[in-house]
Design a protein around this ligand. Structure first.
Ligand code: NAD
Length: 467
């Protein structure tokens, strides 16, 4: 079922993959048994192939909701790069499609560009006098893959580096030998240079506001290789006008009329196109990482670089529970003709997702013993004409967050309930037996027997004797 899956690699007219990068990733994918088509997004064959595509590898191309709707077999979109604001994440998530990026692959390219921009602005090769970087105060907003590389280079120049990251702690900063500010505005405070490395999300829009800009030193330099909308542009223009020594350097911004009008006095530096990731190495690494991530997802269900999750992070453990319950039940009824399931409490809102994981467990145990993706499991269930029945939970029963499944075939039926206890999946009921069985990688022997003295001992004895 994995042999003929189609991977569509879509590039842009002005942003193809380097030919080496494309060749190598196509080779990787084909060797893994996939069919691969590499097309420019404007090619008319895209419309023809989308309905059959299971995997999509893209660059900065847009993947809107209507495109996702035209690809009903889609399981995974990999953005070969760091930012993924070009994909309609919410829509993909609602269709249970994973979205991944390839973090870190272009970090060096972007970090080095930050310093190309800075040198072009403060030390252009034009025979005139410039300024040095040593001992200048350098702030970094967003201490992820790129932020860390920028910090390393800045330290090499002898700059005094301070960072801020909403999801990091001062320990991380300390390990990298840099200071950690207390808040967004504090990382701008008194800085001669400021570099932005936060993603563009609903939460980060307009992060760099009037207050942040005013906190920098007079005549400071702001570098934006993140995204255009993380800055409040009205505040930026006002600040540029108020401080004629202030400089704004960005490969992701556009030369709007108002910014253009500030170019003659060298306050603005904006290259003709986004070029942070435009190095041979970044291009090659991102293409190969994207291909490898598709293969790992298909062969082992690895979702390490997923930027979405069809269930919220706090319920993630329950997807593992669903898979384990599916596996466990399949040991009783390996070929059910009917699968019934109930998701209790907050789990019920994501029952569509949990059933995919239940089926994944069923086929991994009862089928070829081979790992598969949740989406794959659903199509396999359709192929086998398995009836799937979702039952509404009666939350008054007080099971908390739990999943019950029933696997039924012509002459057997098993009903299993499970929950999470202390982060560990556990079975709480098997048929009529209330029990507590931790679900771990192990061999289970389940015996239903009348309760006579010595029976349990005898069974254990038999197992031991059988080696
Ligand atoms: P990353 O995910 O490794 O790092 C982003 C960091 O920002 C994370 O550590 C995260 O905790 C932090 N963060 C998120 N929201 C924050 C907030 N509100 N305040 C403070 N910190 C916050 O990503 P990365 O690889 O370092 O890339 C960063 C961004 O750079 C990408 O999202 C992309 O938009 C941009 N980028 C641009 C180019 C280019 O061509 N110019 C190329 C690659 C990436």
């Amino acid at each position: 079922y994995t042999m003929s899956k189609l991977v569509l690699i879509l590039t842009q007219v002005d942003k193809p993959f380097a030919s080496d990068a494309e060749q190598h990733s196509v080779q990787l994918l084909k060797r893994a048994g996939l069919t691969v088509e590499a097309l420019c997004e404007t090619d008319e064959r895209v419309a023809e192939l989308l309905p059959d595509a299971s995997f999509l590898i893209i660059r900065s191309n847009k993947v809107p909701a209507e495109m996702i709707d035209r690809a009903p077999k889609l399981e995974l979109i990999v953005r070969a790069g760091a930012g993924y604001d070009n994909v309609d994440l919410e829509h993909a998530t609602s269709k249970n499609i994973y979205v991944m990026n390839t973090p870190g692959q272009n970090a060096t390219a972007v970090a080095e560009l930050v310093f190309s921009l800075i040198h072009s602005a403060v030390r252009p090769i034009n025979g005139k006098s410039g300024t040095e970087l040593k001992n200048k105060k350098f702030g970094i907003l967003g201490f992820g893959n790129i932020g860390k590389q920028v910090a390393m280079i800045a330290k090499g120049y002898g700059m005094v580096v301070e960072v801020y990251d909403m999801f990091e702690t001062s320990d991380t900063a300390m390990r990298h030998g840099v200071g950690f500010a207390e808040s967004t505005v504090e990382v701008f405070r008194d800085k001669d240079y400021m570099s932005l490395h936060i993603p563009s999300t609903k939460e980060t829009k307009g992060t760099v506001d009037r207050e942040c800009l005013a906190a920098m030193s007079p005549g400071a330099v702001l570098v934006n290789t993140a995204r255009v909308d993380v800055i409040d542009h009205e505040a930026l223009v006002a600040h540029l006008q108020a401080d004629p020594g202030f400089k704004y350097l960005s490969d992701v911004d556009q030369k709007t009329d108002i910014l253009q009008s500030l170019m003659p006095n060298r306050q603005i530096l904006i290259p003709p196109k986004k070029m942070g990731a435009q190095t041979f190495e970044a291009n090659f690494n991102a293409a190969c990482a994207a291909a490898q991530q598709v293969i790992d997802f298909m062969q082992k269900g690895i979702t390490r670089f997923a930027v979405n999750n069809p269930v919220p992070p706090e319920l993630k453990l329950y997807t593992d529970l669903a898979t384990s319950l599916g596996r466990f039940s399949a040991a009783y009824v390996p070929k059910p003709r009917e699968v019934q399931y109930t998701c209790y409490g907050a789990l019920n809102a994501y029952h569509d997702t949990f059933v995919q994981y239940i089926l994944k467990g069923l086929f991994e145990q009862g089928g070829h013993g081979k790992a598969m993706t949740p989406v794959e499991a659903v199509s396999l269930a359709e192929e086998h004409s398995i009836d799937i029945e979702m039952r509404n939970p009666d939350n008054r029963k007080g099971y908390g967050l739990a999943i019950t499944l029933g696997f039924v075939d012509d002459d057997t039926r098993v009903e299993v309930r499970g929950t999470i206890v202390g982060r560990e999946p556990e079975i709480s009921r098997v048929n009529d037996f209330k029990t507590r069985i931790p679900l771990r990688e192990a061999i289970y022997v389940l015996v239903e027997t009348a309760d006579h003295p010595g029976v349990e001992y005898q069974i254990a004895q038999n197992i031991v004797e059988a080696g």
